[in-house]
Design a protein around this ligand. Structure first.
Ligand SMILES: Nc1nc2c(c(=O)[nH]1)N[C@H]1C(S)=C(S)[C@@H](COP(=O)(O)OP(=O)(O)OC[C@H]3O[C@@H](n4cnc5c(=O)[nH]c(N)nc54)[C@H](O)[C@@H]3O)O[C@H]1N2
Ligand SMILES: Nc1nc2c(c(=O)[nH]1)N[C@H]1C(S)=C(S)[C@@H](COP(=O)(O)OP(=O)(O)OC[C@H]3O[C@@H](n4cnc5c(=O)[nH]c(N)nc54)[C@H](O)[C@@H]3O)O[C@H]1N2
Ligand code: SF4
Ligand SMILES: [Mo]
Length: 712
């Protein structure tokens, strides 16, 4: 064992599941409480790494605010403890009544980030939605990076998968900061962290970063384009302009697999670096430099995160960034090893051909607001209207799982107004979140250390064929249930059958154990679950090889880099429509992540008492124009709302912009004191003005704001 134990303490190994990095942890447990949590140095993948959230995981479990049993709102308006099965029986009765009177589409479900952090949750959520027969499914993706799904639908997808960071000679990160967010979707090997980045640079990888802030990632870059926020679409068009006019693209790949390259070239003809430089706020020479470095390299991709997917023209910008990859042919080709080692998930079958555009939102179900299904879900920005506007299928009841929509949905006032009108609001959450404060019922879930799990959910983010199983390492409080059990028990109480692959759970059936479910969900993987359970720190299954990209199947499908709707958006963006101008306000508000919290999760740990608010990061030069000092109180006002915040000096922030994290504050009206609750910049955003067409994605970064110093 890595740590000495006194007679009353025991040591347990597990992995953290607060974010997607899944760090190995060694815990010291005394009297059923975690008294120490640290990164497990013997963990073969994360090798001792942990962050402040993982080290505070014990505090999160025994925070005094935590719900340890279900709650029901009484006639006086207060939450009171209730047996979970009793609460579920009452909820089921209400839901069945609403379905009988108004049909299944009057029931909604909002799924937040923590639903992704336990392997069985999403399969049960989806099975329950199918059993109810509702289309009113909302995910955080449509207030996050669903531009990626929209782009896949409009351009098509390469079935061989992306190229791998580990064998590339260039990588372009736009609006993503994986050294803080640990966000793996950009292909960066997050488990390796800074070491992976410096090793890659030592072997010659050129790192290109597009970000208005000098981020932890940008510090390591060969070139950092510190653009004016919200001008990404212009910049991406300009990068394409250089690559297409200087013939730095892969003509042979385009001939075989891409259509409308000529239309794309004509569409970006006016986006030469000299013409966009001033709007984008970087020198033309820097744009040429980034385009040439990217285009001349042999392998490596352009990838985006929230910053590039939350500004104006987010769908267009994502399309243009993916067009860079498409015209340069930056995909795994026939004979290449594909990215991702499916160990517990079924192995992929990569093939060297494209699957053409599918545009799923154009066929099938359409909501009364004219939205189709993006990835089986409707845009979250339309959820408040689904509740407040009359209509036969108005959402009357909402189940929330692993999310906090009353804090996370842009235009928080409108979101809260809508959620308050529900006939029934149920949230499954360990904490008295803003959503819980509005809910009729709160179901208290078992938290991460109280659940068995394995690494299946993020199987394909490992470079090595790694998998780990953890048993529960703490006993759950008696009043909690696991998230999947909530849906299983709710289905039973509603007398519905749940179908998860070959597993069918009838209302009268005994529920499986979590271990049995984990085995079922990994049944098409390549390791024996029994064997996996024998490795306390997980195991690298070296005998499992990454799949090799097979030849094309001859269907001839192609990627479309310039469909008519993208061409129209591009023409509008090139006319400078919706491109933020600094002169319109005092500053542009930009998004960022904080290492201390995972969205709203983490605010409850005592470690954060010292710094329990959400600073407004500002460049010292900008502070001096404003006459502000560290700790100054300011009002931040947009066309849609006003918040108070505390200034923090930050030289990494571009002067003229401010950089703030999200999901702080409390309910509007109860939190005018930013030092005790923090400030929620979501109140400065609109759900209507400037949203994207297909996914109703709000503009969440590069928002024009006015900043006023308040009397101290
Ligand atoms: N202004 C602004 N708004 C934003 C963003 C932004 O950048 N700026 N970012 C957006 C993005 S990218 C996202 S993803 C959303 C986040 O939106 P949400 O997903 O709605 O927010 P979270 O705080 O991640 O919600 C997770 C909840 O799960 C709870 N939880 C913790 N453990 C468990 C568990 O084991 N079971 C269950 N059932 N619950 C648990 C936590 O207490 C917390 O309330 O916010 C969006 N909103
Ligand atoms: N510690 C921690 N980790 C998290 C989370 C958290 O809250 N805390 N949240 C999780 C969630 S839900 C998500 S979706 C991921 C997000 O993961 P990331 O997308 O990596 O999020 P950030 O670290 O905020 O990086 C976004 C970057 O975009 C930049 N940016 C802002 N505006 C613009 C712009 O207009 N253009 C460009 N090009 N860049 C811009 C910001 O300066 C910032 O560096 O992180 C996840 N991981
Ligand atoms: S929250 Fe921190 S410790 Fe936990 S998995 Fe993420 S990076 Fe690792
Ligand atoms: Mo997110």
């Amino acid at each position: 064992m890595a740590t000495p134990s006194t007679s009353s303490t025991r040591t347990a190994r597990t992995f953290c599941r607060i974010c997607t990095k899944f760090c190995g942890l060694v815990l010291e447990i005394d009297g059923g409480r975690v008294v120490n949590s640290m990164g497990d140095r013997e963990h073969p993948i994360t090798r001792g790494f942990s962050c402040p959230k993982g080290r505070a995981v014990g505090r999160l479990h025994d925070a005094s605010e935590r719900f340890t049993t279900a709650q029901r709102r009484n006639v006086a308006g207060n939450l009171e403890a209730v047996d979970p099965e009793h609460a579920i029986a009452e909820i089921a009765q209400r839901l069945n009544g609403i379905v009988a009177e108004h049909g299944p589409d009057s029931i909604g479900l909002f799924m937040g980030t923590q639903a992704y952090q336990a392997t069985p949750t999403i399969p049960f959520v989806k099975a329950w939605l199918r059993a109810v027969g509702t289309h009113k499914f909302f995910k955080t993706a449509t207030i996050d990076q669903s531009a990626k799904t929209v782009t896949a639908g409009r351009m098509g997808v390469w079935m061989g998968g992306p190229q791998r960071f580990e064998d590339s000679d260039v990588w372009l990160f736009s609006g993503i900061n994986p050294l803080v967010s640990m966000f793996p979707l950009g292909g960066f090997p997050v488990h390796g962290g800074r070491t992976a980045l410096s090793e890659a640079r030592e072997r010659g990888l050129q790192l290109l970063v597009i970000d208005p802030r000098l981020t932890e990632t940008a510090v390591a870059a060969d070139v950092h384009l510190q653009l004016k926020p919200g001008t990404d679409a212009l910049l991406s068009a300009s990068l394409l302009h250089v690559i297409l006019t200087e013939r730095l693209y892969d003509e042979a790949f385009c001939h075989d697999h891409v259509v409308n390259v000529d239309k794309l070239a004509r569409a970006v003809a006016s986006a030469d670096p000299e013409s966009v430089a001033q709007d984008v706020g970087v020198a033309a020479a820097e744009i040429y430099d980034v385009a040439r470095r990217f285009g001349r390299a042999k392998r490596g991709m352009a990838v985006t995160g929230t910053g590039a997917n939350m500004g104006p023209w987010s769908n267009l910008n994502e399309h243009l960034v993916q067009a860079l990859n498409a015209v340069c042919g930056r995909y795994a080709r026939e004979g290449d090893s594909a990215k991702g080692n499916a160990v517990l998930a079924p192995p992929g079958r990569p093939r060297a051909h494209a699957c053409g555009p599918t545009r799923p939102w154009e066929s099938g179900y359409q909501s009364r607001f004219g939205y189709g299904l993006i990835d089986g879900d409707l845009p979250t920005a339309s959820l408040p209207r689904e509740i407040t506007e009359s209509g036969a299928d108005r959402v009357r009841a909402l189940i929330v799982i692993g999310g906090n929509p009353a804090s996370a949905i842009p235009d928080q006032r409108e979101a809260v107004r809508a959620l308050s009108q529900l006939e029934l609001l149920v949230t499954v959450d360990p904490f008295p979140t803003e959503t819980a404060q509005l809910a009729h019922y709160v179901i208290a879930p078992a938290m991460l250390l109280e659940r068995a799990d394995n690494t299946r959910a993020y199987d394909d983010t490992y470079i090595e064929p790694f998998a780990m199983y953890t048993p529960p390492v703490l006993d759950p409080p008696p009043g909690v249930i696991e998230d999947w059990q909530f849906f299983a028990l709710l289905a039973r109480a509603m007398t519905m059958k749940l179908t998860i692959g070959s597993l069918v759970i009838e209302p009268g059936d005994e529920l499986p154990t979590t271990d049995a479910l984990l085995d079922h969900l990994s049944r098409r993987g390549r390791v024996d679950p029994e064997e996996l359970r024998t490795y306390p720190m997980g195991h690298i299954f070296t005998e499992i090889e990454a799949p090799v990209v097979a030849p094309a199947d001859g269907t001839g499908a192609r990627l479309d880099v310039m469909p008519p709707d993208v061409a129209r958006e591009l023409a509008e963006a090139l006319r400078r429509e919706r491109i933020p101008q600094l002169s319109r306000g005092d500053a542009l508000l930009t998004v960022r992540r904080s290492l201390r919290v995972m969205n709203t999760f983490g605010r409850w740990a005592k470690e954060f008492d010292k710094h329990r608010y959400n600073p407004c990061h500002m460049n010292p030069e900008h502070m001096s124009w404003l006459g502000a000092e560290d700790g100054s109180l300011v009002a931040i006002e947009s066309e849609h709302g006003r918040i108070h915040a505390i200034i923090e000096s930050d030289p990494t922030v571009l002067p003229g912009t401010i950089s703030m994290s999200h999901c702080w504050g409390s309910l509007p009206g109860s939190d005018d004191e930013p030092s005790s609750y923090g400030s929620n910049p979501g109140r400065l955003l609109s759900l209507v003005h400037g949203t994207e067409e297909i996914n109703a994605m709000p503009q969440m970064t590069a928002v024009s704001v006015k900043i006023t110093l308040l009397p101290q």
